[in-house]
Design a protein around this ligand. Structure first.
Ligand code: AMP
Ligand code: MG
Length: 408
């Protein structure tokens, strides 16, 4: 069996970047930027007042209090048609261009109007105070956002500032998803005795969508090689084909033969990890194929560890991995598998430190327990147990910040 690291390297090496497309900025949330974006103007585009107050010459108020002549007013959105000379000030609003002659702004709270044409400045200000100089954030032509950035709200603001009402982003990867198992019924169906609901389909589809994929659901296929092959064929062409279940060593685990039937080649079929030892990866023509274990927790964890980074790399994202942090274990994490283990855990901030507990789980089918996890604690293959008080590595999952403090 190959290691986690070897397997991930094999997957990432097989990924080819998807072509880019143009789209409206307002549609681009979650997409990966496929161009370096330069500012088309200096930012700020003019010396900008950062406070409501008076634009003045700092030297005039060095021995404040000092009275100045008010020569006019500059509002945001106006271009000043006045010059501030010695002994003069202009009333100015936040966001307005600082008129020439002035080299600082004193905030209105530190001033006292004498009459309509005179103001007392109550405190001295340094040259440049409360003025954001033209070009101090970026110069025209500077790259303000680099390709590979996932477009989030703050990136959206930068794109807007650069005038990008349309942006170049990676096309979404098309991910076809087939769920397998004679015992599996769709969510809307009433399970007969011996049947269980399809939870991997909805869960993996959701994970894929959060990783930017355009998901095509192929439904549920029975454990028959011909039916599996027919359903898999429906999934082509796709950039990624994900199959849940049917990859263990059981008599009815027929996904591998069905894929071989269609002409797939495998790069690995087992990885020394827990959860998820049976994990199939290969290609079928240009389509990357993943066979995930059917166990619900295993399916979600292996998706996160292997499929998600592949989807992100396809889109040219620079960050492929979950945030990897050090956590202090608050209880023992047992690992008798002899394999590298990613254990669902709850991480919290306590006294400024990250601390982790294993979620109390009945096993890899315990979905409710897995939903209480917000991290995966990594225990190496040669450790049978990591004890309370030890420091361990953890990958933070998307739900990390949502902690209602509920008991574990
Ligand atoms: P398999 O990998 O097909 O042997 O499945 C392993 C376990 O996961 C079995 O208990 C299955 O019933 C369960 N399982 C497989 N697929 C799903 C699914 N789509 N939803 C819920 N449980 C599943
Ligand atoms: Mg099965």
């Amino acid at each position: 069996m190959i290691s986690f690291e070897e397997a991930l390297a094999i997957v990432l090496a097989e990924v080819t970047p998807l072509p880019a497309e143009d789209m409206a900025l307002e549609e681009a949330l979650g997409r990966v930027l496929a161009e370096d974006v330069a500012s088309d103007r200096d930012l700020p585009p003019f010396d900008r007042a950062a406070m409501d107050g008076y634009a003045l010459r700092a030297a005039d108020v060095a021995a404040a209090p000092a009275a100045l002549d008010v020569v006019g007013e500059v509002r945001a959105g106006q271009w000043p048609d006045l010059v501030v000379g010695p002994g003069q000030a202009a009333r100015i609003m936040t966001g307005a261009p600082v008129p020439s002659g002035a080299d600082a702004v004193q905030q209105v709270e530190r001033t006292q109007p004498l009459d309509e044409f005179r103001v007392t400045i109550l405190a001295a200000v340094a040259e440049g105070a409360h003025v954001a100089p033209r070009g101090s954030e970026a110069r025209a032509g500077d790259v303000v956002l680099a390709r590979g950035r996932v477009i989030d709200p703050s990136a959206t603001a930068v794109l807007a500032s650069a005038g990008k009402d349309r942006v170049r982003v990676a096309r979404r990867p098309v991910l076809a998803l087939l769920v397998t198992g004679d015992e599996i019924v769709e969510v809307a169906a009433r399970p007969a005795p011996g049947q269980i609901r399809n939870t991997n389909g909805p869960a993996v589809a959701a994970q894929a969508r959060l990783a930017g994929a355009d998901v095509r659901l192929l439904g549920v296929a029975p454990d028959r090689q011909d039916a599996l092959a027919a359903a898999l064929r429906e999934g082509l062409p796709a950039d990624v084909l994900v199959v849940s279940g049917g990859v263990s060593a059981g008599d009815y685990d027929l996904v591998e033969p069905a894929l071989l039937d269609l002409g797939a080649t495998f790069l690995f079929t087992r990885v020394a990890i827990k959860p998820g030892a049976p994990l199939v990866f290969g290609h079928l023509g240009k389509t990357l194929v993943f066979g995930l274990p059917g166990n619900p927790v295993s399916a979600q964890v292996t998706f996160d560890l292997f499929v998600r980074p592949a989807l992100l790399r396809m889109q040219g994202a620079r960050v492929l991995e979950r945030p990897r942090v050090s956590v202090e274990l608050r209880a023992a994490f047992k690992n008798r598998s002899g394999r590298k283990t990613h254990m669902p855990a709850r991480v919290r901030v306590e006294g400024g430190r990250l601390v982790a507990w294993p979620v109390r789980s009945m096993g890899s089918g315990d979905l409710a327990a897995h939903a209480r996890a917000n991290a995966l604690v990594v225990i190496e293959a040669d450790r049978e147990e990591a004890t309370a008080g030890e420091t361990a590595e953890a990958l933070l999952l998307g739900s990390f910040l949502e902690d209602d403090g509920a008991p574990l």
